[in-house]
Design a protein around this ligand. Structure first.
Ligand code: MN
Length: 421
């Protein structure tokens, strides 16, 4: 659990980076319309959540930094008995204060007035606002037909405000995980591991990809408060070469492999694990040869992770490793051919978003959590293999957070043998 103190520290760090005489506004967002009177499930904006711990739709965070003084305001929807009878209980001001550590919690209906007051020059307790920071990266719905972009345009038109993007600034903070955040990711990985084992127990030729997906997702949902980090990928046989194979509709064939790419999320912190298993319980010779190249690459690239290297360097290392091994084992004729059988990147940051930020060129620092996910995809053999672990960067190197998730050939075959007996 992340406490109010930590949320408060995060806001202070962001406030330190803001120019003087500025405001920053972050929105929790609203659920998007699906069709008719149906809406997509609401999912809180991650930058807003990172700075408040609040998950309630329509909430707003306002940070003000003026003449060196800072003020924090949180706006939440008013409690409304009638609405609550349909859509559930809203949080109280006290609850919002307790979670976020923000003293001044106001009603959402007063937000526009507050902005107006801040920009009106006769308000004596704020100086003139010169900079406005908004999260402009996302198409965030914040009202009926209104996005952050519209809000930004309105501020520019109405108050001649100079709007800057806040996203990069908050993301920079989000890249370095606290011990409490690492603990959430670890919990998500443990639940994912349990889900993988339950899916494997349901695996046998003649069953379907969706049977495995359902077994995995059922065991995730069985743990209250745990959610899916992203759409589960279960890709058997030739489907394994499609990186984000979406369907899970095919029958599991004896002799094929099945690729899992999946993850639970705890307090929105996502795990992201890939593993590849033989459906019959035993790798054939070719499958094993390719599997072992990917596994050795996974281990070597993990050992390459340390403060100072970049994700681009990590990928170059992995790609070169795969190319050399594939040539040596006669799988491709020259190193240039590697792009045909390895066509993604070996790593991304992991956190509140499964692909957390998109910084591939900054040197890693202690506290980063990244994935390590080499793969090889031979469409001509119907073989797609990916082995993905989640790794914490430490001062001295790395800690593999997903060490307990089965990946050695002998361990996999032993476990699957017990299921087939
Ligand atoms: Mn991944």
């Amino acid at each position: 659990m992340i406490d109010a103190n930590e949320y408060s520290n995060r806001r202070n760090k962001v406030l330190t980076k803001l120019e003087n005489n500025s405001i920053a506004v972050l929105f929790a967002g609203q659920a998007r319309k699906k069709s008719g009177d149906a809406f997509f499930p609401f999912d809180v904006n991650r930058n807003f959540f990172y700075l408040t711990g609040i998950e309630q739709e329509n909430s707003v965070l306002l940070l003000v930094k003026c003449d060196g003084e800072v003020s924090e305001y949180l706006f939440i929807d008013e409690k409304n008995e009638k609405v609550e009878k349909w859509t559930g209980i809203k949080m109280t001001v006290e609850e919002a204060r307790e979670i976020s550590g923000i003293e001044t919690v106001l009603l959402r209906s007063t937000f526009e007035g507050k902005i107006d007051a801040i920009f009106s020059h006769d308000m004596s307790h704020f100086g003139e606002i010169e900079h406005v920071y908004l999260d402009l990266e996302k198409e965030l719905k914040i009202g009926e037909c209104v996005s952050t972009i519209h809000f930004s345009e309105e501020l520019e038109k109405k108050y001649h405000a100079k709007v800057q993007d806040l996203n990069e600034l908050v993301l920079a903070e989000r890249m370095v995980k606290s011990p409490a955040e690492v603990a959430c990711i670890k919990e998500a990985i443990e639940t994912t591991d349990l889900g993988i084992r339950n899916a494997l127990a349901a695996m046998k030729p003649g069953r379907y990809e969706y049977n495995l997906r359902n077994a995995f997702e059922y065991s995730i949902m069985e743990e209250y408060g745990t959610t899916l980090g992203f759409a589960t990928i279960i890709a058997s046989g030739k489907n394994g070469v499609i990186l984000h194979y979406p369907e899970a509709k095919d029958m599991l064939q004896d002799g094929d492999l099945v690729l899992f790419d999946l993850g639970a999320a705890k307090s929105h912190y996502s795990a992201d694990i890939s593993r590849t298993f033989p459906i019959s319980g035993k790798f054939n010779e070719l499958q094993r040869k390719i599997y072992e190249i990917v596994l050795e690459c996974n281990k070597a690239t993990i050992n390459f992770i340390r403060p100072g290297i970049t994700l681009v360097e990590m990928n170059d290392f992995a790609k070169n490793f795969l190319a050399e091994e594939c040539v040596a084992k006669g799988l491709i004729s020259s190193k240039d051919e590697i792009s045909r059988v390895y066509y993604h990147s070996v790593s991304h940051h992991l956190g509140l978003d499964t692909h957390d930020g998109n910084d591939r060129t900054s040197p890693l620092v202690a506290g980063n959590v990244v994935t390590c996910e080499p793969g090889l995809y031979f469409a001509e053999y119907g073989i797609g293999i990916r082995i993905e672990d989640d790794v914490l960067v430490t001062e001295s190197g790395r800690e593999v957070l997903s060490n307990d998730v089965i990946k050695e050939v002998s361990d996999i075959e032993k476990l699957l043998r017990t299921h087939h007996e």
